[in-house]
Design a protein around this ligand. Structure first.
Ligand SMILES: Cc1ncc(COP(=O)(O)O)c(C=O)c1O
Length: 382
């Protein structure tokens, strides 16, 4: 049993009561709770529409599919992300093209995007990794000059802002995750936001088997016998039990963001004592970091040995991420190889995510850093 876990979901009485109320209502499919969450979430992000999905992966796939991306197309994304960002591109039949990252933020590097653009490129998926917004001025400029769509992967970045605007409001669509470990959780679930009315109509149908109208609309209008399938769709829709949890998580997100910021600052201050072996990532100017994960880069010491040493002492750590293009699937099926994204490859061998959640105490943060120092010393002596 870990003494300090890597993370902890924070579920309160409000979430519990809403789930029970939903169960007792007899309407447990996609209904009023999903609709409320879609509305509140879009308002929070400053977009016209919120479209509930059963995951961020589904939201990414739907975005690309509805934007008409398919076989023969290329989509540029970062090598430093969770695997499903790239999988969503493969689902469409398009080719993922991996661009390298900035060494100090680990966000996708606009210069590497520019270098990767070909006549087949149709879209960019920036990932606001760990909660830090990418260089959106650079990315939107490239998108405009080459007529590319921008689908933001905001799985880590619900609260993130870029020059005073929610980062997900800047592209064509943005996709969010309510997975168990995320800043706002529903166990599982996701959301897609956009300002585009036509795209919204298309995606609302495509996330629900390609039917002309969803079950909730039919129930409300009394036209529940009529549900023609007008296109090929997917079973990607959100439903009311996770939405019941999500509604209250969203209402608490700002207060928790303040605590996340305090924890991040505490780590930043405490880690100065280990600066010979620990690099802290930079936060770029003019952004609001969502502080989903607290990730450091180790130097002069073996990361895997340090991770094992922390776990042995009861402190949960994570690795976010090993570069996607070097996953066995992408090497074997798509011929990717080391050397394509040297900055991400170097970081992939050095990153370590420390225990992080809004309620982690000051004492626990200090214990993590103290233990990290001991483990580093031990690893260097062995
Ligand atoms: C950066 C990133 N993108 C996409 C996803 C996929 O989210 P979901 O599990 O909701 O599909 C995750 C989940 O961990 C993620 O971290």
């Amino acid at each position: 049993m870990e003494e300090i876990p890597f993370t902890r979901p924070l579920i309160g009485e409000e979430e519990e009561a809403e789930v029970v109320a939903t169960l007792r209502s007899g309407l447990i499919g996609t209904g009023v709770k999903t609709e409320h969450l879609e509305r509140e979430f879009a308002a929070y992000q400053g977009t016209r529409h919120g479209i509930g999905t059963n995951s961020c992966t589904a939201a990414l796939h739907l975005s690309l599919h509805a934007l008409g991306i398919g076989p023969g197309d290329e989509v540029i994304t970062t090598a430093m992300t969770f695997v499903s960002t790239a999988s969503s591109i493969v689902y469409t039949g398009a080719k993922p093209v991996f661009a390298d990252v900035e060494p100090d933020t680990l966000c996708i590097d606009p210069a590497r995007i520019e270098a990767a653009v070909t006549e087949r490129t149709r879209a960019i998926i920036p990932v606001h990794i760990y909660g830090q917004p990418c260089d959106m001025d650079g990315i939107l400029d490239i998108a405009q000059r080459h007529n590319l769509k921008v689908v933001s992967d905001c799985a880590h970045a619900i609260e993130a802002e870029y020059r005073g605007k929610k980062v997900g409001s800047l592209g064509d669509t943005a996709c969010y995750s309510f997975y168990a470990t995320k800043n706002m959780t529903a166990g599982n679930g996701g959301m897609l936001v956009t300002d585009d009315d036509n795209l919204t109509q298309l995606i609302q149908s495509q996330r629900d088997h390609g039917m002309a109208s969803g079950a909730w609309t039919r129930y409300q209008t009394g036209e529940f016998q009529e549900y023609p399938m007008i296109q090929l769709g997917f079973k990607y829709i959100l439903w009311d039990l996770p939405a019941s949890i999500g509604l209250h998580q969203l209402r608490k997100i700002e207060q928790r963001h303040q605590k996340r910021l305090e924890v991040a600052n505490r780590y930043g201050a405490a880690l100065k004592s280990l600066s010979d072996h620990v690099e802290v990532l930079k936060t770029r100017e003019g952004v609001r970091h969502a502080h989903h994960l607290y990730v450091i880069k180790l130097k002069g010491v073996d990361r895997n040995q340090v991770a094992a040493g922390m776990e042995k002492r009861g402190i949960g750590v994570g690795i976010h991420y090993r570069p996607v293009h070097l996953e066995p699937y992408h090497r074997e099926e798509h011929g990717h190889a080391p050397g394509e994204c040297p900055v991400a490859e170097d970081a992939g061998g050095r990153v370590l995510s420390l225990p992080f959640w809004p309620e982690i105490s000051e004492e626990e943060v200090l214990r993590v850093v103290e233990t990290l120092g001991e483990v580093i010393t031990e690893c260097r002596e062995s």
